[in-house]
Design a protein around this ligand. Structure first.
Ligand SMILES: C[S@@+](CC[C@H](N)C(=O)[O-])C[C@H]1O[C@@H](n2cnc3c(N)ncnc32)[C@H](O)[C@@H]1O
Length: 318
């Protein structure tokens, strides 16, 4: 009987020990899972499969500090993004549709120009949203041309820079216009890159770039070529001192009967020391002297640049 009791006690002890060990193993496994979950909460596992849509979305500078900037641009405005060639564009709005279909070439040009001294062109992008900062001006010019200039044959401009504005004129007429541009081209080969890119798109388009100071070259050119006239005159060269005024006055002999003269970046209330003032002054003087007659000014506020600005359309008075 005593032996039986001892055997039972031994059996009970073994069973208790077994239960305790099983319980310990169970607890340990739970603790491990729990700890792993905690670690994952702090460092969520990465999904390493590539999401193509996400990949093609333009990145902001925060997401990708490698987006390149022009070396001389203190505001660090990105010069390009990799917009897709042949992307599908479905916009109700004519202008948005045009931008969507063409931005690839403007961005390609900006990308090529990133290492030059080209800054301040009309297709700059905002550093955060990557929207075109001058979209309201682009729209104003686009809509004016679409509505009023179906049959233009020659565009003339001061301020070729890296060729963005010329590329815009060329694209609007699918290369079936002639362009005459004036620029000093002190921009590390930026002018040559611009010419190359425009030529790549429209190899048969006639494009003349007259280098050196427009305040000297433009009056010389008009004297030597009295029969060369333009329907569209874009004054976007030097923005300070008497350069905008001289360009405005010197372009007059080149104006065809049915022409338009467009000045970008202007203000007319002259309340600050912004560089747009010089252009506003040139316009005010031109109107006072009855050199130019106003057609319309498209005032616009550009939030990202915190600037009131305007694109003004005039005709040379008869
Ligand atoms: C605002 S950028 C022109 C931007 C260009 N229209 C675009 O959007 O692509 C001004 C250009 O004017 C040129 N410029 C400044 N002063 C000039 C002058 N006196 N004669 C000729 N070009 C001048 C600069 O070299 C610069 O390329």
């Amino acid at each position: 009987m005593r032996k039986l009791l001892e055997s039972l006690r031994f059996l009970c002890t073994v069973m208790v020990l077994l239960t305790v060990s099983l319980f310990a193993v169970f607890c340990f496994q739970n603790l491990e899972d729990h700890m792993a979950a905690g670690i994952n909460r702090r460092f969520p596992p990465q999904d390493i499969s590539v999401n193509r849509e996400e990949e093609s979305r333009p990145q902001t500078r925060e997401e990708n500090p490698l987006i390149s900037y022009t070396e001389n641009d203190n505001k660090q405005v990105p010069t390009h993004r990799d917009s897709k060639l042949g992307q599908t564009c479905e916009n109700e709005d004519d202008f948005e549709q045009w931008i969507c279909e063409n931005e690839h070439d403007f961005d390609r040009l900006s990308k090529r120009l990133a290492k030059t001294k080209v800054g301040g062109h009309i297709f700059m992008r905002d550093s955060i949203t990557l929207e075109f900062t001058k979209k309201p001006q682009l729209r104003a010019v686009y809509e004016y041309i679409q509505q009023n200039m179906k049959h233009a044959s020659r565009f003339c401009e001061t301020g070729f820079n890296g060729g963005h504005s010329s590329m815009m004129w060329a694209k609007l007429f699918l290369g079936k216009i002639e362009i005459i541009s004036f620029d000093m081209c002190y921009n590390n080969g930026g002018c040559d890159i611009g010419l190359e890119e425009i030529h790549r798109l429209y190899p048969d388009m006639k494009h003349t770039l007259i280098r050196e100071d427009s305040t000297i070259n433009l009056p010389n050119y008009t004297k030597e070529n009295p029969n060369i006239k333009c329907e569209f005159i874009f004054v976007d060269g030097g923005h300070t001192g008497d350069v905008p005024e001289k360009d405005l006055y010197n372009f007059k002999p080149m104006a065809k009967d049915n022409h338009i003269v467009v000045m970008d970046d202007c203000v007319w209330n002259l309340t600050n020391s912004d560089y747009t003032n010089w252009i506003g002054k040139a316009i005010n003087k031109g109107v006072e002297d009855k050199l130019i007659c106003p057609i319309t000014c498209k005032p616009m506020y550009i939030p990202k640049m915190k600037r009131n600005t305007s694109t003004c359309f005039h005709k040379y008075c008869k």
